[in-house]
Design a protein around this ligand. Sequence first.
Ligand SMILES: C[S@@+](CC[C@H](N)C(=O)[O-])C[C@H]1O[C@@H](n2cnc3c(N)ncnc32)[C@H](O)[C@@H]1O
Length: 285
Amino acid sequence: MTDKKKTPGQKSPGQKSPGQKSPGQKSSGKNKPAGAAKATSGRGQRDLTVKVKTARGRKLSSTLWLQRQLNDPYVKRAKADGFRGRAAYKILELDDKFRFLVPGARVVDLGCAPGGWCQVAVPRVNALGEKSGKRVGTILGIDLQEVEPIAGCEIHQLDFLEDDADEKVKTWLGGRADVVMSDMAASASGHKQTDHLRIIALCEAAAYFAFDVLEEGGTFVAKVLAGGAEGELQKLLKLRFRKVVNVKPAASRADSSEKFVVATGFKRDSMDEDSDQPETAADRS
Ligand SMILES: C[S@@+](CC[C@H](N)C(=O)[O-])C[C@H]1O[C@@H](n2cnc3c(N)ncnc32)[C@H](O)[C@@H]1O
């Protein structure tokens, strides 16, 4: 896979500007982008530095989106750090806390476009291992959309909901994965509860995919929207993982109901291999 051509002056992901912290480096401001001291959250009207005028033919929602983008410190920081999107800082923060993108790890990134999470994973899974020197990991990005190549990642255009997607992924990986992470979002209907149910369904499907693909002890990370139905998902994950927690990273907008579930310590032997369903306590008794 060839690296994306850089335009003059463009930095590699994570390359620092003078006086700027690297993306994974914790700042005293709880992972806030460097230089974002004034633009406190990028969320409130009082913080705005750029105002977007309404334009004929542009919907109010589009104007507000544009205004939010232009004033979002993470958007600015992603541009400066060479990341393809602000989402990169969410996985940076989650990995700084839970340490699943370790040297040598085999990682599946479900819904990887445009590629920010993959960009974060590349240096982390290919870093120096504690004892055995440089460890080379594998990153497999999956998306419905075409994704511009990222050096160090293998990217496939695929709907992970297809019947044989798990088998394809295991073949591409040459075995099972240590990490399945998903930042997938179902297309928004604008109706809060419908969108919540859609993303929970997508997340549940991603969890079943992870049960098929993960190695013993593996980690599953997925975006969910708070709204009532996530309790069932938690129950499902708790049957299969040693620890399940919900986290709202600082890079996740405060006005969004988005949060992330991080499930660690996958118990492969908790699977009822015949039915491919989680073995419940009732099954075992
Ligand atoms: C929010 S974006 C992911 C951003 C990404 N984490 C990054 O850092 O660049 C969500 C992605 O999920 C993808 N997606 C949604 N449903 C999918 C499915 N069934 N199979 C594969 N990808 C899917 C969408 O195409 C979209 O690109």
